[in-house]
Design a binder for this molecule. Sequence first.
Ligand code: F6R
Length: 623
Amino acid sequence: MRIIFTFYLEKNQVYIVVQKNNKNGDLNMCGIVGYIGFEDVKEIILSGLEKLEYRGYDSAGIAILNNNEVYVCKEKGRIAKLRERIDGNISGTVGIGHTRWATHGVPNKINSHPHQSSSKRFTLVHNGIIENEDELREKYLNDVNFTSDTDTEVIVQLIEKFVEKGESVELAIRHTMSELEGSYALAILDKEDMDTLYAAKNKTPLLAGRGEGFNMIGSDAMAMISLTNSLYEIEDKEMLKITRNNIEIYTIYGNKVSREPYKAEIDASDIEKGTYPHYMMKEIEEQPFVIRRIMSQYSDENGNIHMEPEIIDSIRACDKLYIIACGTSYHAGLIGKQFFEKISGKPTEVVIASEFIYNMPLLTEKPLFMFISQSGETADCRAVLVKVKEMGFKTLTMTNTKGSTLAREADNALLLYAGPEIAVASTKAYTAQIAVLAILAAFVENKININVFQELSKIAYTMETLCDDKDNYKKLAEKYINNSHCFYIGRCMDYYVCLEAALKLKEISYIHTEGFAAGELKHGPIALIEEKTPVIAVITQENINLNTRSNIKEVKARGASILVISMRKLSQETDEIVIDDINELLAPLAAIIPGQYLAYYAALKKGCDIDKPRNLAKSVTVE
Ligand code: F6R
């Protein structure tokens, strides 16, 4: 156990936050899947895990129940490695699996899931962090020989301990839940019961899926969607007893919960790569379609904007909008601020979630907090959501994931309709966020009379044209991005595009890339420019065209290799990438596309794992 002390100053008081952090078990960003039915479970679990691999890919493991024995196989690294290692002769109709993203502690085989109790009667996979594991070890498990030092092993040993004391398995699980402090999604096998799969949840995503002659659980719908789209949401502190024909949900006190399943609106083909070499490429090219789908989702029968009146009223009523987000979503938020201020005249501030929590800006009297999060699970955003709700403020989540934690916990939610985004690097969710922000701003108040739908229709077409030019981006990436550093420069809206394009390039190609406000170069960053340093300039805004052009000259004079992405009306003959003329305020929607492709091809050339860049995970559920 590590104790982290954080000091911070608020209202002239020094606060000390004490956080306990587990050495090896804090696996809050993992994926779990479980199945009970009549089919051979091996392939079902493995392909479920592959769908969840975006959540983490440091190690993976599987447990299969057969003839009152449990077969366990775990491997450091990708699921493909686990696949190779699994004994081909093993079969069974009940199983669980896990894919891990290690936050602290080495991602080794011992710490990988599943974990088993001493007698090996119980086998368990866990996504979450148990904060009081030391107390539990001391209170109940002094005589137990642990095989790993994960918090997860504490859970499985505790269940066994309570069963040994005479409790039924169900009671032992609920008893264990009542002892646990922290977060968990659990899937549990009892080798003495071939007909039941147990599960439990607290503060970590978990869904159950109902099928014909089988039932499942998974960290998200994607793990199950190829078999069923009939899903149950599971609330915190609920336990599930799942048989081949039944899903029973219980509260922690043992009361049966009656709940109807909902139909997941995901097409199984949405989560397949199809003929694309990578999900990232597929998702880049889905963007024009996503923009059109967003327009149809947010229009009424007359083609006018339609959005939840409560959401619109809450924005109109606030005196300032605070957009809270991380990473790519934060970059979309920066553009959103421009929409709210320029289109609707609503003062807006954008704050990185992890900064807000320890460095809160001075708030106005009637703020509204808007959380932008593709996954709807980002822990940094959730920490802010919890805090501002405690302070009594109104909240709104913009997310791609219906039923996600941030969607459920905010007062209102707005969906992105981007379809599942599987590649870790966000592309279509980013443009979806910008499109929804533009529609929202125009509906709240349209001070500049922009016809957002008309502009978005043109942009969807422009995006298609840009996607058609990908061979050009490939050549350009190979020619220009061949250095260990790269810079994007731009001003105003273009600067925000640069921040996002730089993030894309660095996260998937591992080339150090920064996005700079072009006018800031001479205040420091220009010192980094040397012979052949690639500098990519974005120019889509008429008012700053000449300024950025002169910044290009400054870096060119110092030896930089220049690549210009410009809008046709502002373009020069030597510009390498030209975007058809579109509305300047909405131009980031199109201007980012070459940046996404340049990142893709630079990473491809370096042989990087494009969809699963190192050290990252799709859903960042640790602070
Ligand atoms: C980068 C990327 C991340 C996410 C960030 C927030 O390509 O995807 O920067 O944008 O982790 O995630 P969400 O939007 O799920 O809150």
